[in-house]
Design a binder for this molecule. Structure first.
Ligand SMILES: *[C@@H]1O[C@H](CO)[C@@H](O)[C@H](O)[C@H]1NC(C)=O
Ligand SMILES: *[C@@H]1O[C@H](CO)[C@@H](O)[C@H](O)[C@H]1NC(C)=O
Ligand SMILES: *[C@@H]1O[C@H](CO)[C@@H](O)[C@H](O)[C@H]1NC(C)=O
Ligand SMILES: *[C@@H]1O[C@H](CO)[C@@H](O)[C@H](O)[C@H]1NC(C)=O
Ligand SMILES: *[C@@H]1O[C@H](CO)[C@@H](O)[C@H](O)[C@H]1NC(C)=O
Ligand SMILES: *[C@@H]1O[C@H](CO)[C@@H](O)[C@H](O)[C@H]1NC(C)=O
Ligand SMILES: *[C@@H]1O[C@H](CO)[C@@H](O)[C@H](O)[C@H]1NC(C)=O
Ligand SMILES: *[C@@H]1O[C@H](CO)[C@@H](O)[C@H](O)[C@H]1NC(C)=O
Ligand SMILES: *[C@@H]1O[C@H](CO)[C@@H](O)[C@H](O)[C@H]1NC(C)=O
Ligand SMILES: *[C@@H]1O[C@H](CO)[C@@H](O)[C@H](O)[C@H]1NC(C)=O
Ligand SMILES: *[C@@H]1O[C@H](CO)[C@@H](O)[C@H](O)[C@H]1NC(C)=O
Length: 675
């Protein structure tokens, strides 16, 4: 089975309705109403409003707004979040007598939701669904006279144009609030709002702040630079005497119209983008790390960043409500399996077997709240690796061993060799590495610098490195969509290193061995920052290393300056291997001596790329994606670094957001392919 990312599962699992617009209008006037399957359609055809449910057997229906052209029904706003109706044919969205837009449940003959605005009695109103997803209740005659709008009352999504404001007069911030669980849009426990000092924060139960964006420096949030993306959207801060607010706009709303922030049921704020070629929402970023969400796993729950289902119960406890857990609501936590026996005040109880404290290692209590967090043990982790006996691999920069913390949490420990710098400098460099976090980078856990010993500690990635999946065996051939997702993830990780970190980091050693996979086959780039850590030693070793040379850009050999485009070249080489499932250096059986990248470059110019696909896939690949991947790879391996795209552009091209033209045959291969 193809492992898939489970983020936004709540959106993906929504059962789609037959989208037919029998109402066919973008507005409701005082003599109209909407009921049953009827829908409003915005003028440009971007958004639909109507009844939806994600689970028809539960008969809970909501009025919502969703994207017309996104094939997965994705509500961006919900009216009656906490008051569903059970029979849509007996429910009516209409302009009530007081001029408000209201939802009437005729089966109980009672209004279940209303815009509840103050409207002058002599005014006649109309509700209009605008093409940006905003539902506006305004004066029927004077269109500038707006009484209420959904953009001022957002639910769980922050769309372009919505202002997350702080009202300086009432001292209240607008809030977007998570769903209760993956099926139920009722108010959940997690919310996003602004603090007066312009920080964007996440809060649990409207009280405890568990994440802050850090101050706005005029361009970015200090703690989350990727919250503003140079390609997709632009975040703006506005400060007036009445309010301050953040809003964002899309840089290109024709090719990338579907970008939104969502306050997810996971308690994470996520930025997501609909990728048409993949027919899937992909995550641009999520903050904070899952286990840093307050009370995420509930009482007696423990959170583990590394496991696929983050929450589990501590020993001796079981899920209070497995039904809620299945819907990704862990807030009920866990309950004791057997009641405590002793300490009950009656002496007879003491005679029996008393209760004892159970030792739990490698777990830390949360700073606040009640969920424990597994991990965070920075101790020099030789004992943990059984004297480095369980080697995962050895590179020229040192060996990597698998180890375990006392509670058997797996870690990977890299022992650096050939490092000349002193302890102080090492600590300084490594501390910088520790601040770099991205879903597509291996997470750094700690380090040791004692005497001559230099150890780096990382989260262990159970599914090994990409090379073992690409080049070995027949049983577990990576399918095309997983390969494409892996390529895109690697590109995003590199884009982050090159363009989003405070200091640009050139990886210098991109190859399948340095791409690790987590349980869901999400790629994580390993060994970033080593080039900097090892300095001159690094380039020396790198260029003389067997097995790496095939990925090295010509400038490594010609001695020109190394820029981020050197990584782009290596990425291109690796992308060809992801496509073909073979080492570039392997000879092609039929074409004799031809070097695969050169053959690929020719096929790309001829636009006959099908034959480049790994034949174990038997042609099972999305052809559009295959063409994109092949073209991107060939652009990346151009001999002149100025002809190669930046990683940012690579990401855009792989996401299908940017046309990829046919690249020229790289100059270095022309000699190989001319005859
Ligand atoms: C509904 O009301 C609008 C004005 O409010 C009017 O233009 C329209 O003709 C009315 N439609 C019907 C079917 O009565
Ligand atoms: C829908 O809801 C019903 C009743 O709450 C539940 O039994 C069923 O498992 C749900 N179905 C899905 C697909 O979630
Ligand atoms: C409607 O608004 C009034 C104040 O204008 C408020 O007191 C009341 O609670 C609101 N009702 C609902 C259902 O939101
Ligand atoms: C409605 O009444 C207000 C005063 O309450 C007045 O200012 C306004 O002009 C009136 N509008 C119309 C359309 O009569
Ligand atoms: C794109 O921007 C234009 C101009 O700002 C606007 O009219 C249009 O509605 C926007 N489209 C979407 C899908 O938001
Ligand atoms: C949230 O806070 C309210 C008080 O503001 C409290 O009554 C409620 O129990 C809290 N919810 C949880 C899940 O602790
Ligand atoms: C916002 O404006 C107020 C004055 O209206 C000023 O005191 C405050 O420092 C400004 N905040 C920021 C973050 O610029
Ligand atoms: C104490 O003992 C009573 C009676 O045996 C029992 O009902 C109760 O649950 C016990 N209390 C605890 C904390 O275990
Ligand atoms: C690790 O090595 C030391 C000394 O070389 C030895 O005493 C110890 O038993 C070894 N530990 C393991 C787990 O092999
Ligand atoms: C990937 O990891 C999962 C979970 O640890 C494991 O069940 C599976 O066998 C692994 N697959 C490979 C090919 O290593
Ligand atoms: C893969 O399968 C092919 C034929 O299906 C077989 O010839 C080959 O030996 C297999 N390779 C491995 C590594 O099992």
């Amino acid at each position: 089975m193809t492992p898939r990312s489970t983020f936004l599962a709540f959106m993906l699992s929504i059962v789609s309705l037959a989208i037919c617009s029998s109402h066919g209008s973008d507005s409701i006037t005082s003599n109209q109403s909407l009921s049953g399957d009827q829908k409003l359609l915005s003028v440009g055809g971007n958004f639909v409003l109507g009844f939806f449910t994600k689970n028809k057997t539960s008969s809970k229906f909501y009025i919502g707004i969703w994207y017309k052209r996104v094939s997965e029904l994705t509500p961006v706003w919900v009216a009656n979040r906490a008051t569903p109706v059970s029979d849509i044919t007996k429910s009516l969205l209409h302009i009530s007598k007081d001029g408000n837009l209201a939802l009437l449940d005729q089966s109980i003959n009672s209004p279940v939701w209303s815009t509840n605005a103050t409207i002058p009695s002599n005014s006649s109103t109309v509700a209009v669904l605008q093409d940006n997803g905003n539902l506006v209740l305004r004066d029927a005659v004077d269109s500038a006279n707006i009484f209420w709008q959904s953009f001022d009352n957002p639910t769980h999504m922050w769309l372009p144009g919505i202002k997350i404001n702080f009202n300086k007069i009432t001292k209240v911030s607008r809030r977007i609030i998570s769903w209760k669980n993956s099926e139920d849009p009722a108010l959940g426990l997690f919310s996003n709002s602004n603090l007066e000092d312009t920080q964007n924060v996440l809060q649990w139960n409207m009280s405890k702040i568990y994440w802050t964006s850090g101050p706005w420096n005029g361009r970015i949030f200090i703690n989350l630079p990727e919250m503003t993306s140079q390609y997709l959207f632009k975040l703006t801060f506005v400060n007036t005497s009445e309010e301050s607010y953040f809003t964002f706009s899309l840089l290109d709303n024709t090719t990338t119209p579907y970008v939104a922030y969502v306050m997810d049921v996971s308690g994470q704020m996520k930025a997501v983008l609909w990728v048409e070629t993949a027919q899937q929402w992909t995550q641009i970023f999520a903050a904070p790390a899952q286990c840093e969400v307050t009370n995420f796993c509930g009482p007696f729950g423990s959170c583990n960043e590394q496991s696929q289902q983050h929450c589990s119960c501590v020993k001796g406890f079981s899920q209070r409500s497995p039904k809620d857990w299945a819907l990704r609501d862990y807030s009920g936590g866990c309950v004791r399996d057997t009641p405590l026996q002793s300490c009950n005040g009656t002496s007879s109880d003491y005679a029996g077997e008393g209760d004892k404290f159970s030792h739990m290692s490698n777990v830390r209590l949360p700073n606040d709240g009640r969920t424990m967090q597994v991990g965070n043990d920075d101790e020099c982790l030789q004992r943990a690796t059984k004297n480095f006996s369980d080697k995962l691999g050895a590179g020229s920069f040192g060996s990597v061993s698998k180890g375990a913390l006392p509670d058997s949490t797996a870690i990977a420990v890299k022992k650096l060799e050939g490092l000349r710098q002193g302890e102080k400098q090492f600590r300084a460099e490594v501390s910088t590495l520790g601040t770099i976090q991205h879903v597509n980078l291996v997470r750094f856990r700690g380090f040791c610098a004692e005497g001559k010993e230099r150890l780096l500690v990382f989260y262990y990635m159970p599914n090994g490195s990409l090379d073992s999946h690409l080049f070995h065996g027949n049983d577990s051939v990576l399918d095309w969509s997983t390969r494409y997702r892996i390529a895109l993830g690697i590109a995003r990780g590199l884009e982050y290193l090159h363009e989003k970190c405070r200091e640009c980091i050139i990886h210098c050693d991109i190859k399948p061995e340095n791409i690790l996979l987590d349980v869901e086959f999400n790629p994580k780039i390993a060994d970033f920052g080593l080039a900097k850590l090892l300095g001159r030693e690094f380039s020396h070793v790198l260029t003389s290393m067997r097995g790496t040379i095939g990925y090295l850009a010509p400038e490594w050999i010609t001695g020109l300056a190394i820029t981020p485009r050197a990584d782009v070249y290596s990425f291109g080489m690796m992308l060809l291997e992801i496509i073909s499932g073979k080492r570039n250096t392997e000879q092609l059986e039929e074409s004799g001596n031809y070097y695969f990248p050169a053959v690929a470059a020719v096929k790309v110019t001829e636009d006959t790329v099908q034959c480049l696909l790994d034949d174990r896939l038997q042609g099972n690949a999305n052809m559009d994606e295959l063409i994109i991947a092949c073209r991107v790879a060939c652009w990346c391996i151009q001999g002149l670094e100025s002809q190669r795209p930046t990683m940012g552009l690579v990401v855009r091209m792989l996401e299908g957001l940017m046309e990829v033209s046919i690249p020229p045959i790289p100059s270095i291969f022309r000699a190989l392919v001319i005859n």
